[in-house]
Design a protein around this ligand. Sequence first.
Ligand code: ADP
Length: 294
Amino acid sequence: MKTRVIQDVPELGRDDASSLDGRGATSPPRSTEKEPNMGAVAVPAPIAVDAPFTGPVVSAEDLTRRYGDGDTAVDALRGVSLDVTKGALTAVMGPSGSGKSTLMHILAGLDQPTGGTVTLAGTAITGLNDNALTKLRRRHIGFIFQFFNLLPMLNAEENIVLPLMIAGEKPDKAWVDELIKSIGLDSRRSHRPSELSGGQQQRVAIGRALVSRPTIMFADEPTGNLDSKTSDEILALMRNSVDGYGQTTVMVTHDARAAAIADRILFLADGVIVRDLGRSDAREVIGVMEELAR
Ligand code: ADP
């Protein structure tokens, strides 16, 4: 069954959907540079969401991943087990080479583990063939990437609805309008990626990830290509998609400020989870990273 988290949120759509970025539908003037100053990015009060935190959306059991074999084999994951909690934002942190991307790719069904199992929305995905995995990803997963990965020949709105088009679904106009307003792109709908700033392109990518109301959204270094102010804006949008839409999210990041918006922070080192923290500020996150580097 396709999870339609947002349908359980009657508050959405009443006015301006309590704009995801908390500043209404007004967009900044077009710019190919940085986003205009929005001031401190205020995270609006959460909208009530039905029954968040009700069990794992993704479960991994004793995952291992070995690249290559013989003398040159690399054990990128060496026994990772975790449950991703519904309606929460989980950050995965760790030094370069600790296995973050490998873990995310396996949780998202983009790569198969060498050992262990992954269950996504109640389906055991390890061992599914490519066709079945593609269908499952379409139904359940939204992605945000560091380099946005938008199609240059499509405008912002076309990029946002692309996952629905690919799935052969007719976009729900009211929902698409609401979403575009909530990510602050109402006046940028017909702009192509090359006519948008980096922050605006990442907003498009967030819209594309959310448009199918995925069971889970994976974000791979979503602020890795943005300046710090634009990063804060994108992080506020992501946080608000969790608070407002109950959007379960897993974010891989190097950035302590990004991890500080998470409900839970998993630290990987050498292919194992070495720390599992609740909400923490950037200073605490940096402290753990320093400790792990010793
Ligand atoms: P992170 O995302 O934390 O930087 P990765 O998951 O990318 O870590 O990599 C974990 C380990 O696996 C690293 O030692 C990396 O060099 C190795 N690795 C990743 N991808 C491959 C690959 N395709 N072939 C061989 N080794 C790889």
